[in-house]
Design a protein around this ligand. Structure first.
Ligand code: ZN
Length: 378
């Protein structure tokens, strides 16, 4: 058991100073004051000067490594669980990217299982950038229904020269398969969408939702802060009820080339009237951060980090004056709801004890607790 005494609790709504008792992998009790526990084996954490938040939910991480767009030497490393712990992330969703030949779904599921065994919560998507989606069992719905770790499909690439240029019919069929697989298994069945820098932006998703019975909420498009034009298209989609995800991994050169920093995009989307329930941030961790010249040749490659999610949260609060509850919601409750992870992304009695303690002033991560255990980054 763990007793966290008198932390300022954001659930992510603000509950104020509370005691939180954890037993096994669950949150047992939340109260203003639970008194002193003298029992052996109760690990008491003094929450003074700390805020207690739900563990962060990172909806897109290339857990097996990504990249490869500049040849075999440009493939990136796989996720080190220490990055999640130092970054306060207790739930990740893994995905393949451009390379679905040397990167396989079998390796992705193996890595997802490893992360679960190391104490965090990991899920993954079947498929990749590629269409038709590559699968384990032969179909997307069967993968979602039969493989525990798989909760959706993606990240399917649209508006990108690296994608398979799916048609409206292609995308509608894929989304319906994921949707039915999700319904039958009680999972999200979400279609994660990688949006590239093509001029067609989100047009394909609008066409599917307008021409078929697939709701716009079946799609979870990411990299919406890639450019001013895509950001505007994203606001338009979100005001129609769609979900938008901002990527927190970036660098100076990418920002200089027109990307909007994720915390700034979050602030601007809220100002534009988008409901926080429709906005998330994810790290795109372990993806390559490729820079292409005008001919499409790769000129530089860096790697995204899961820890950028926490950095973006801090920047949103400190530099962009986003309410702490809203900034937190975009990396906890909103992604958990979109991904139908009902035990995750919030602090409430009976739910999984996935928690992060942060310094009340600097918001630096002090402790990460996942499924009731304090994790130490080694
Ligand atoms: Zn992507």
């Amino acid at each position: 058991m763990i007793l966290i005494k008198q932390a300022d609790v954001y659930a992510p709504n603000h509950l104020g100073k509370c005691d939180v008792l954890i037993g096994g992998d669950k949150i047992l009790k939340i109260a203003k004051d639970l008194g002193e526990f003298q029992l052996d084996g109760v690990d008491v954490i003094d929450g003074k000067d700390q805020i207690l938040a739900p563990g962060f939910v990172d909806s897109l991480v290339h857990v097996t490594g990504g990249g490869g767009e500049g040849g075999y030497t440009t493939r990136t490393a796989e996720l080190d669980v220490a990055d999640t712990i130092t970054g306060g992330v207790t739930t990740v969703v893994g995905a393949l990217g451009t390379d679905s030949v040397t990167q396989t779904l079998e390796a992705l599921i193996g890595k997802t299982k490893e992360l679960n065994q190391r104490g965090i919560n990991a899920y993954c998507y079947t498929g990749s950038y590629h269409f038709p989606a590559k699968t384990i069992t032969g179909s997307v719905d069967k993968d979602i229904m039969m493989i525990e770790e798989i909760i959706g499909v993606g990240e399917v690439a649209i508006a990108d020269h690296r994608g398979s240029q799916p048609s409206v019919n292609d995308m509608a069929r894929l989304a319906s398969e994921a949707r039915v697989g999700g319904m039958l298994s009680g999972k999200a069945g979400i279609v994660s969408i990688h949006v590239g820098d093509g001029d067609d932006e989100l047009a394909l998703l609008h066409q599917v939702s307008e021409q078929t019975n697939i709701p716009i909420q079946q799609f979870y498009p990411t990299h919406i802060n890639r450019s001013e034009a895509l950001f505007k298209a994203g606001i338009n989609l979100a005001l129609k009820g769609g979900y938008i995800d901002f990527t927190t991994s970036t660098n100076e050169q990418i920002l200089a080339s027109g990307e909007i920093d994720a915390p700034q995009a979050l602030a601007r989307a809220l100002d534009a009237g988008v409901d926080i329930a429709n906005i998330t941030m994810s790290s795109d961790g372990n993806a390559s951060l490729p820079l292409f010249d005008q001919q499409g040749n790769l000129i530089e490659l860096q790697m995204g980090r899961v820890t950028s999610l926490h950095q973006a949260f801090v920047s949103a609060v400190k530099e962009h004056k986003v309410r702490l509850e809203d900034a937190l919601t975009s990396i906890t409750l909103s992604p958990a709801n979109i991904l139908k992870l009902n035990q995750k992304g919030r602090i409430s009695e009976g739910l999984d004890a996935d928690l992060v303690l942060m310094d009340e002033k600097s918001l630096a991560v002090r402790s990460t607790i996942s499924r009731g255990k304090r994790l130490i980054a080694s």
